[in-house]
Ligand binder design. Structure first.
Ligand SMILES: [Zn+2]
Length: 279
């Protein structure tokens, strides 16, 4: 039988050091879980890593939606083309390592409900119960991981950018090792249900006419990723001290609260609906 091909990417964002060092320094450890697999480890955005920035010219993890355009001056556009070619060359499972400044804990993000993604995610949750699974639908295939039918992102936080945080590094290695173990022994993937947080709405900061923030994340919301919200809830605090409330008609779960990388787009947090999926 041909071994399952797996591509593990770190450093898609050049200032998220956990994933970069996980694949640079722990390849030997990680490969112990992957002896029956054909695994390749790739630093996705080496120039951004040298600069210690999220990206050089544009966000690599959004660049894949522009592949049909000519963007000769974008380094990430070129990288996205190279990575896309590598992925589509032969069927493969893609693992893309990230960290977030939000208090998300240990999560995996899938962009499509491919049976293998669901089965691997369900196995991860049963073996590493602190792991949560997010479904981030990606119809325009802008994310690196969406270039393959099967794959997942590992997203761990809170971690400051350009920092090696030991707990996040350990969690990333553990989730990565379990994912590879599951891929190497598919007969052990026997779970029949999976709880998923499906992204349904992005919430943006309140702005004035010049586009500047008029409020910041409410202290009651800060750090409350995955805590249920229902009815009226405190979302923001205005700079003149007023509570800014929002209302939801169903129970929803906020994620990516106060992610540093999302300030340029004024994205404050994302709301998810929790659902159970039969496998
Ligand atoms: Zn990232």
């Amino acid at each position: 039988m041909t071994p399952q091909r797996v591509l593990v990417f770190g450093g898609t964002h050049g200032n998220e050091w956990t994933g970069i060092f996980a694949i640079k320094k722990f390849v030997h450890d990680i490969q112990q879980e992957a002896r029956d697999l054909e695994v390749e480890f790739i630093v996705a955005n080496p120039e951004a890593f040298v600069l210690n920035r999220r990206f050089k010219d544009e966000d690599l993890n959004r660049a894949f939606q522009f592949l049909s355009e000519a963007r000769p001056h974008s380094y990430e556009h070129r990288r996205a083309r190279e990575i896309r070619e590598l992925i589509v060359e032969r069927p493969c499972f893609v693992i893309d390592l990230h960290t977030t400044t939000a208090s998300m804990g240990n999560t995996v993000i899938i962009t499509r409900q491919h049976p293998l993604n669901l089965r691997i995610a369900a196995e991860l949750v049963s073996r590493l119960p602190e792991t949560r699974v997010i479904l981030s639908p990606d119809p325009h295939r802008k994310y690196l991981v969406s270039q393959s039918d099967s794959g997942l992102m590992i997203e761990v936080g809170p971690v400051a950018n350009g920092v090696l945080e030991p707990k996040a590094l350990a969690a990333t290695k553990a989730i990565l090792a379990e994912t590879l173990r599951g891929l190497a022994t598919p007969s052990t993937l026997t779970k029949t249900t999976l709880e998923i947080y499906e992204e349904i709405e992005d919430i943006y900061y309140p702005l004035d006419e010049s586009g500047e923030l008029t409020a910041y994340i409410h202290p009651e919301l800060q750090g409350k990723d995955f805590s249920p919200l229902s009815g009226e809830y405190l979302a923001f605090k205005s700079f003149d001290g007023k509570d800014v409330k929002r209302v939801t008609s169903e129970v929803l779960y906020p994620i990516f609260i106060n992610e540093a990388a999302y300030y340029p787009t004024k994205l404050a947090f994302t709301l998810c609906r929790k659902k159970s999926v039969d496998l």
